[in-house]
Design a protein around this ligand. Structure first.
Ligand SMILES: [Zn+2]
Length: 370
């Protein structure tokens, strides 16, 4: 039986959640839900849901998490759903391996079509000690008005573009990308705000990670994203230098698809307070952790950035229920979840291959030890 991408790519958060829970239940997975106090765009309940398959005391665990960047969650959710509904028919897990699926780490953003959460926080910049580890970003401060304008009228836009381009000419595009994406902790109404405290999703994720990996000595973790890189292509981003043993493992498992932000190989700049840093901190030092962000490319970087910037303007200055508001939301969805069936089919196929690789690699390490 073949399935179309539409059988896995949900139209909205509520549908994605229902499909995930049903497919997990059909597989006999152990389900758990961590509710948020805020509501979704249709007034629905919001929760981070987990599905676990495997023994009570696994020696190794493969974790697949989706939706830390809200609207980016459709792709990860689709891969998780395909895995539960279909792929597991032909994928044997060793008896000592656990498989943990974490669905919609940022259910608010997923439901409301935002990349950030209910506090305008980029959760993937929130995993650090507040405020001790807040990193100043003076270049962001100087570009603040251009990046977060109070108006999107033509004249203001022209001024903003000129300011941003002038910075790029002076310091180069890689430095511009770093300034605009590494995170900032001084402007709660700006894009890429990392927050001032541990957000609810941050606390939930750490609780899940701690519980799920209690007995495990090896953990492989994939956190799904979209929006960076060439259209439809997968990059496995690692936030460690080439000298780290996890880098060598990642290279052996994923080959050239692994790229390090520290080595300047990645489509992503080096970031502050990411989920990878949070998980590394939570797990015991003797746990062998191999954690990557799986980033699927969509449209070009400038278009994606402009969509995020417009959505931030809409949230703070615009009218959601307006023609402009609806257009901004539609564009945000398109840059993180392209409508193109070919893109979706490619993401599902690549995602399934990645899952197989992770499970196979963990199983092989286990065999070598037995
Ligand atoms: Zn992301």
């Amino acid at each position: 039986m073949t399935m179309a991408p539409e059988d896995h790519f949900a139209p909205d958060y509520a549908t994605a959640r229902r499909a995930f829970l049903r497919a997990a239940e059909d597989r006999g997975a152990v389900l758990d839900s961590h509710g948020l106090s805020v509501r979704g765009a249709q007034g629905e309940e919001l929760a981070v849901d987990t599905a676990y398959l495997g023994p009570e005391q696994p020696a190794c665990v493969a974790v697949l998490s989706s939706g830390i960047h809200g609207a980016e969650g459709f792709a990860g959710s689709a891969i998780q759903h395909r895995l539960l509904a279909r792929q597991l028919d032909g994928l044997a897990l060793p008896p000592d391996m656990g498989l943990l699926l974490v669905h919609a780490l940022n259910p608010f953003g997923f439901s409301h079509t935002r990349r950030v959460n209910e506090s305008n926080v980029d959760l993937n910049r929130n995993f650090l000690a507040h405020p001790e580890q807040h990193v100043p970003n003076p270049d962001y401060d100087s570009l603040y008005d251009a990046v977060n304008p109070a108006s999107l009228d033509e004249e203001t836009e022209q001024r903003s573009n000129e300011a941003i381009l002038a910075f790029a000419r002076r310091h180069g595009f890689p430095r511009l990308q770093e300034v605009l994406s590494c995170g900032q902790y001084d402007h709660p109404e700006g894009v890429q705000y990392g927050g001032e405290r541990d957000e609810a999703s941050n606390r939930i994720l750490r609780e899940i990670a701690r519980a799920a990996t209690r007995s495990a000595r090896r953990v492989a973790w994939i956190d799904f994203h979209t929006g960076l890189g060439a259209y439809g292509e997968l990059e496995l981003i690692i936030e460690l230098p080439a000298s780290d043993p996890a880098y060598a493992r990642g290279r052996a498992w994923y080959g050239e698809a692994q790229r390090s932000t520290i080595e300047g190989e990645s489509v992503s700049a080096a970031l502050h307070g990411t989920i990878e840093q949070g998980v590394m901190e939570i797990l015991d030092d003797d746990v062998e952790l191999t954690i990557h962000a799986a980033e699927f490319g969509t449209h070009d970087t400038v278009r994606v950035f402009r969509a995020m910037r417009a959505d931030n303007w809409l949230h703070h200055h615009g009218q959601l229920e307006s023609e402009q508001g609806r257009a901004i939301k539609a564009e945000l969805l398109e840059v993180f979840r392209p409508a193109d069936p070919a893109w979706r089919g490619r993401i599902l196929a690549t995602g399934a291959g990645l899952v197989e690789t992770v499970v196979g690699a963990l199983a092989r390490v286990g065999e070598e030890e037995r």
